[in-house]
Design a protein around this ligand. Structure first.
Ligand SMILES: C[S@@+](CC[C@H](N)C(=O)[O-])C[C@H]1O[C@@H](n2cnc3c(N)ncnc32)[C@H](O)[C@@H]1O
Length: 296
């Protein structure tokens, strides 16, 4: 089946290239709020965040920490609102997100990103559905927020539980999607019983691809192909169009190509272009791929 794939080098807070209600599925993983590696990017997209970090350095106030966290989620929420506009009735949104732990203003704490995104998406109009926990291989437990337990190993109570799950949040826009009876594209997209039993459970044990990934893919925390493959096959049919507003290395586009779905991806970081071209050029000849740079 011929499919079309557009990669738009632009900020997904606005998606004027996409008509209202024209997308059937979103699969994405945004930058994670309060994870250090994404600080610079949040500050670039929303300069108010840079100012807040600066004021925290010059005078510590708990209120400023809350303002930074709120501003990061409001920055993402602009994209969630655009996603809601472009999704069709019955369309599904899948958002991979991890919570963050961090010592800020002298205090170690949890930033529960998944619950903030659920709140923002519900306010936008999405209906929350049961989510998936992606269980990653366990890292070392923490003692007072400082890596391993060290010598104080077995003494309560000042140790923390390790974050070894990420979330794949699921939402629907509007009512259940309707199909004509015996719709051929739906039947051609069926999964096997084994796939159904494995994919529709709440905990997914999928090992990361750290060893096989390039340095850039690790820098932008790309998700494993298996995650995108499952979500594409669970929540869309052949011929649908899939959106990834935080495209990174193009995993969603590649899995859309392999599963005979069209796709649109947004990415602000132009240094990823060579990687995107390399990762996507081997895909089936029936896939038409184009790169568009929006001049803002
Ligand atoms: C966690 S990475 C996505 C990784 C991707 N799932 C993969 O498999 O490679 C998030 C990406 O979103 C991009 N980004 C952040 N804010 C953006 C925005 N407002 N619009 C478009 N892209 C954005 C970042 O440059 C980064 O590449």
């Amino acid at each position: 089946m011929p499919t079309e794939h557009k990669i738009i080098l632009a900020n997904s807070q606005q998606m004027p290239e996409i008509a209202d209600s024209s997308i059937q599925l979103m699969v994405t993983s945004p930058p994670y709020p309060m994870i250090k590696m994404w600080d610079t990017q949040f500050s670039k997209i929303n300069p108010q965040i840079a100012t807040l970090w600066h004021s925290l350095e010059t005078g510590s106030r708990e209120e400023t920490v809350t303002q930074i966290y709120d501003a990061m989620h409001e920055t993402l929420a602009r994209t969630w609102r655009e996603a809601f506009r472009v999704l069709a009735d019955g369309g599904i949104a899948c958002i991979n997100i991890g919570d963050a732990t961090r010592t800020v203003n002298g205090k170690f704490r949890l930033f529960p990103n998944h619950s903030r995104i659920i709140e923002h998406c519900e306010k936008t109009g999405f209906t929350a559905l049961p989510y998936i926990l992606w269980k990653k291989p366990t890292t070392k437990p923490k003692y007072k927020g400082k890596g391993a337990f060290l010598g104080s190993g077995f003494l309560p109570p000042n140790a923390y539980v390790t974050l070894d799950c990420e979330f794949i949040l699921l939402f629907r826009k509007g009512k259940l999607r309707q199909f004509p009876p015996n719709d051929p594209s739906r039947y051609a997209s069926a999964f096997t019983k084994q796939q159904r039993d494995e994919w529709f459970t709440q905990i997914w044990n999928i090992i990361g691809t750290h060893q096989t990934q390039s340095q850039i893919e690790r820098r932008i925390a790309s998700f494993p192909d298996e995650i995108a493959n499952r979500l594409v096959r669970m929540f869309s049919v052949k011929g649908d169009t899939i959106l990834d507003p935080f495209l990174g290395s193009g995993t969603t586009t590649r899995l859309a190509m392999q599963n005979e779905r069209s796709s649109i991806g947004y990415e602000t970081d132009e240094t990823l272009l060579p990687l995107l071209k390399k990762k996507l050029h081997l895909e089936p000849k029936t896939c038409k791929l184009s790169f568009i740079k929006r001049e803002d």
